[in-house]
Design a binder for this molecule. Structure first.
Ligand SMILES: *[C@@H]1O[C@H](CO)[C@@H](O)[C@H](O)[C@H]1NC(C)=O
Length: 161
């Protein structure tokens, strides 16, 4: 009896994994700790799973809907050299010092910047994108941290084969 039960539960688990697999990138927002005044959340952890499409948006938004299009916005990872993932300055991308592994893969939205939302879009997510990202708006002393964890579903599916 217990064995039968086990098999049923692992089977339903497998179909869940399969459904999830056909979605490209699954993003789970796990933790959300409120702290700090300038930004809505000071710490954030996200999970991305590599599948077919592979875009992710790292959230970072000011508490108030302030237009920050003309301000400087820095996305960086302190474990990288150069550490810059994306820099927005004087109303446009400023990618001179960008880490080469993010070339052509990052963007911020001008429309969103007008409302204080400086979220970063990363396309073609790679395993090496895993890390802690800092979202920094020097003019507002706004500092925000987003941890990105990247995995592959193939590994998980394998465990159920
Ligand atoms: C980035 O895009 C430019 C222009 O489309 C292209 O010439 C360049 O090869 C691309 N670089 C990478 C690393 O994909």
């Amino acid at each position: 009896m217990p064995q039968h039960k086990d098999r049923r539960s692992s089977k339903s688990q497998l179909s869940v994994w399969t459904i999830v697999f056909f979605h490209s990138v699954i993003i789970l927002q796990l933790t959300q700790i409120n702290a700090g005044e300038s930004l809505t959340n000071s710490q954030y952890r996200m999970f991305a799973v590599i599948g077919q499409t592979q875009d992710i948006i790292l959230p970072c938004k000011l508490d108030h809907s302030l237009d920050v299009v003309d301000e400087m916005v820095e996305w960086s990872r302190s474990d990288l050299n150069p550490r810059f993932v994306h820099v927005w300055r004087s109303g446009e991308d400023h990618l001179v010092g960008q880490n080469p592994s993010y070339k052509n893969r990052t963007s911020v939205s001008t429309e969103k910047l007008k409302t204080g939302d400086v979220s970063l879009k990363i396309t073609k997510v790679r395993l090496s994108d895993e890390g802690t990202y800092r979202c920094f708006i020097p003019g507002r002393k706004a500092d925000f941290s987003v941890e990105l964890v990247v995995g592959r579903w193939t590994n998980s599916i394998c465990c159920y084969c």
